[in-house]
Design a protein around this ligand. Structure first.
Ligand code: MG
Length: 386
């Protein structure tokens, strides 16, 4: 791929799993992409190594103490901004064409919205942005003529299946799910799982929050909501199928009964690169599917008795308004408490369900209503567990 000038890229969350994979992809195309900004929460050590290699113009460190340390280390060679205001500032700058939105959770919403309003192309890895505010965010993208390119592997797959197709010819979207590390466990065994078991995903290497979401299948629930907004398909026509090999990354069934699928090995560098090079493709050094040694691909219906989080996501989507934001916030709290070994694994969906049951839903919310629902749900879910 060769453009007239390199695409300037800001990576929100550059030391996380998506951020580091993005830099690997970018590093393979020095003529096509230039990293202008990197942002982290607190991880200065990894950030400084990235700065030495990619020489961005500026960095944002969310944590103020870590920002001060970073400033001293860089000694004026690279601009250091801090806090959320730093994120909101850099995503609007002239020397940013594309924003890779890879923050974890609700924190990704505001800078992504700011970047859309500034007309930047968005490579979206932060699914929570669409979960909590899908209607608003898609509306803003439309108003500002912004392309939202999915980085989530399932949504990249669907996006790729839809190239050259028209939306009114989609019959249904089939989201594939690995089923996570607990797919074959009994309900009784699930009562006793430990954090280390939940963090041991069979196919994908990811950050801890999304790995726990995969174990509870809430990740698939979040992805159903994400797909509803990205592709404008109602939840009744989004089906989840468990496919433990994670070779088919998702499928689209059309009105004539034809099904298109996108396949590949489970490596996030594929969807990241496609989001950056779209509508073109470029060579890649990722592994290839070896069909003869694959032997079988299997498919199952999700077990929503064992993994009720998936149903909670459908219920939140059905309720609309601030319910998806409430569900998401309760999940973020429950996952954090599980990671701190303060609640058991099976308590996660209970906390979400109880928080949703007590939420007063606001239909057609503004961003402020969504922020308020998020804050309320965090308090409520925390109180449930203390
Ligand atoms: Mg995914």
């Amino acid at each position: 791929m060769t453009n007239s000038r390199p695409q300037n890229i800001a990576i929100l969350g550059s030391t996380g799993s998506i951020g580091t994979s993005s830099l690997e992809v970018i590093g393979n195309f020095p003529d096509d992409f230039r990293v202008t900004y990197l942002t982290v929460n607190t991880n200065i050590d990894d950030l400084l190594a990235q700065v030495r290699r990619f020489r961005p113009r500026g960095v944002v460190v969310l944590d103020r103490d870590a920002a001060a340390v970073c400033k001293q280390a860089l000694n004026g060679t690279v601009e250091v901004l801090c806090g959320e205001e730093g994120l909101n500032e850099i995503v609007q700058r002239e020397d940013v064409d594309t924003v890779i939105s890879a923050l974890v959770g609700f924190a990704g919403l505001q800078p992504t919205v700011t970047a859309i309003k500034a007309g930047k192309k968005i490579a979206l890895a932060n699914k929570e942005t669409l979960v909590v505010a899908g209607e608003i965010v898609m509306g803003l993208a439309h108003t500002h003529g912004v392309e939202l390119l999915p980085v989530d592997s399932e949504h990249s797959a669907i996006f790729q299946c839809l190239v050259g197709e028209s939306a009114d010819e989609i019959h249904k979207i089939i989201l594939t799910a690995s089923g996570g590390p607990f797919r074959t466990k009994t309900a009784e065994e699930l009562r006793h799982v430990l954090v280390e078991h939940a963090l041991n995903h069979p196919n994908w290497k990811m950050g801890s929050k999304i790995t726990i979401d995969s174990a509870s299948m809430m990740n698939k629930g979040l992805e159903v909501i994400e797909a509803r907004w990205l592709f404008g398909v109602p939840a009744t026509r989004i089906e989840v199928v468990v496919h433990p090999q994670s070779i088919i990354h998702s499928m689209v069934e059309f009105i004539d009964g034809s099904v298109k699928a996108q396949l590949g090995i489970p490596d996030m560098k594929i969807p990241i690169q496609y989001a950056l090079t779209y509508p073109k493709r470029s060579p890649s050094d990722v592994g290839r599917v070896q069909f003869p040694s694959l032997h079988t691909m299997t498919f199952f219906e999700p077990d929503t008795k064992k993994f009720p989080a998936l149903l909670l996501a459908y219920a939140a989507l059905d309720a609309e308004g601030t319910m998806p934001a409430t569900m998401n916030a309760a999940n973020e709290i429950a996952v954090a408490l599980f990671l701190q070994e303060r609640i058991q694994f099976l308590r996660i969906p209970d906390v979400i369900a109880e928080t949703m049951a007590h939420h007063t839903n606001t239909l057609h919310p503004l961003l402020d209503d969504i922020r308020e629902a998020d804050a309320w749900a965090r308090r409520y879910a925390t109180n449930l567990c203390t």
